[in-house]
Design a protein around this ligand. Structure first.
Ligand code: IMP
Length: 194
């Protein structure tokens, strides 16, 4: 089976994506490639960041690889935190800090509409190709559940009565932004290598 390096230091994401690409490609972690250090993500679009992260690996390994970048876009906040979702509450902030800031920003606001968007950049032989996924939902007024990571405890996808953090991983993966983007990547990989 083909190997692809996944440019992430996030163990939750690595686990999610390995589940999704099981049987399609062998997903290698940065650790397995002896790569360490913070991967830069200084672009101002999801696509730009995904490309930057994938190229960081490509330039060091010359191995085919991919990276994803995700943003939580909240309607009442004009699409914020968007591409800045990881550092919404400041440099080196925790997932909890980000949720606290988000809940405070929406305090008393009835418009809780939000979506997660993911862009994946696959770099094969140095050439980038993009795959996207999106899930719509709403921001809850308090945390629910202990699964997942990031904003999962306060995001409830449309047509569900529970947050992402209350769902088993298989269910989140079936509907999530990253699930859709990774499935699009998987379809492409299967088409070029049936
Ligand atoms: P990243 O740049 O793709 O790592 O994502 C930016 C930020 O979005 C992360 O630090 C998380 O806070 C958040 N995020 C990304 N994916 C998810 C998810 O599946 N659930 C909840 N939050 C997420």
């Amino acid at each position: 089976m083909k190997n692809l390096v996944f440019a992430t230091n996030n163990k939750h994401k690595l686990h999610e994506v390995r589940e999704l690409l099981d049987g399609v490609v062998e997903v290698r972690s940065l650790e397995e490639m002896n790569l360490s250090g913070e991967i830069p993500e200084t672009a101002d679009t999801l696509q730009g960041n995904a490309l930057q992260k994938a190229l960081w690996v490509w330039e060091r390994t010359h191995t085919d690889c991919f990276a994803d970048d995700t943003g939580l876009e909240v309607a009442a906040l004009g699409g914020a935190p968007g591409v800045y979702s990881a550092r919404y509450a400041g440099e080196h902030c925790s997932f909890d800090d980000n949720i606290n800031k988000l809940l405070a920003a929406l305090d008393g606001n009835d418009n809780r509409k939000a979506c997660f968007r993911t862009v994946i950049c696959l770099v094969e032989q140095g050439v980038p190709r993009y795959f996207e996924g999106r899930v719509d939902g709403m921001i809850l007024t308090e945390r629910h559940g202990a699964e997942g990571f990031g904003y999962d405890p306060v995001f409830m996808p449309d047509r569900f009565a529970v947050s992402f953090a209350e769902m088993p991983l298989e269910v989140k993966n079936r509907i999530s932004h990253r699930g859709q983007a990774v499935r699009a990547l998987a379809e492409y990989l299967k088409t070029i290598r049936p």
